[in-house]
Design a protein around this ligand. Structure first.
Ligand code: RP5
Ligand code: MG
Ligand code: MG
Length: 285
């Protein structure tokens, strides 16, 4: 598999801490790098230990009770990438070095599980015909994209799996919160939205399951996701949803899928797969 890039970006979101430089060859733990001495950083918000965060290593009794590589009470600490190594009591990023130890902005030591709902429809012109790309001669697929408030990048409206939450629920909840602003609607509106989401999310196609090249990753904490495509063939269900950005999303829109999009983390990789299985436009040639 490919090595991480964004997980080695020098600057770290919301912090002045700079990662220690790691070149491509130095990424795998198996490559010899005896002078490796990554900067340590755990964001103050994580250190305060909110409900979604683990104890700090200094808080030894609670830290020692964490069971890595297992479903640990309400938290799934298993990685989709297999068994991860533990070194000096800390889990090791399965892809390799990131130039930072600690947890950064991530709450959990080891894998931090998320879910990414990829809601798609075909692009139609004003007369209701599918729009075909002039060069690839393939129909253009659109997905519901949100603009993240943290990095301002466009992304799939994904989010973290809450403690004890089923991933199928995370997919619906995050789509509702970020793309339909479900947190700020009346009970009545919420119910009607929930019915529509349930209908659309009944049948999904799993696109990806595994490590995400997220700029928040560290040597000891990293993002993993399950990305699922919910496709509206006719444009009559998802196509008619009242999109409204909410929670950690600042904007929302139907975005044309194309290889040239620049998206958050490794989301473009998931969209390439969606375009492929739907036989949609991807590249001009
Ligand atoms: C990415 O971060 C995942 O693919 C998912 O889209 C997202 C989850 O984090 P938050 O949106 O909750 O910050 O790695
Ligand atoms: Mg969210
Ligand atoms: Mg999110």
């Amino acid at each position: 598999r490919t090595i991480h890039q964004k997980a080695r970006s020098t600057s770290y979101p919301g912090s002045d801490t700079k990662r220690t430089f790691v070149n491509d060859e130095q990424v795998p733990w198996s490559s010899n790098f005896p002078e490796y001495n990554p900067v340590e950083y755990t964001a103050p918000v994580v250190k305060k230990q909110p409900v979604w965060a683990d104890a700090d290593i200094g808080n030894s009794a609670s830290f020692r009770s964490i069971s890595f590589n297992k479903v640990d009470g309400l938290v799934n600490r298993q990685s989709f990438e297999g068994i991860y190594k533990i070194q000096e009591r800390l889990p090791l990023n399965p892809i390799g070095r990131t130039g930072m130890k600690g947890r950064g902005l991530l709450g959990k030591w080891g894998p931090n599980h998320a879910a990414d709902p990829i809601v798609t429809r075909w692009k139609h012109d004003t007369s209701g015909n599918k729009v075909i790309h002039q060069l690839s001669k393939k129909p253009i697929l659109q997905f519901v994209a949100i603009q993240r408030r943290d990095t301002k990048e466009w992304a799939i409206p994904g989010g973290m799996v809450d403690n004890n939450e089923n991933v199928s629920l995370t997919l619906k909840r995050e789509f509702g919160e970020e793309a339909l602003n479900s947190l700020e609607t009346t009970d009545e509106q919420r119910k009607s939205l929930a019915t529509k989401i349930d209908q659309l999310f009944k049948e999904g196609t799993q696109i990806y399951k595994g490590y995400v090249d997220d700029h928040r990753n560290t040597d000891n904490a990293w993002m993993e996701t399950v990305a699922v495509n919910f496709h509206d063939e006719t444009g009559e269900s998802a196509g008619k949803l009242p999109l409204q950005a909410g929670d950690d999303a600042g904007n929302v829109c139907w975005m044309d899928i194309d290889a040239d999009l620049r998206l958050y983390a490794s989301h473009i990789v998931f969209l390439e797969k969606v375009a492929e299985i739907r036989n949609a436009h991807w590249k001009a040639n």
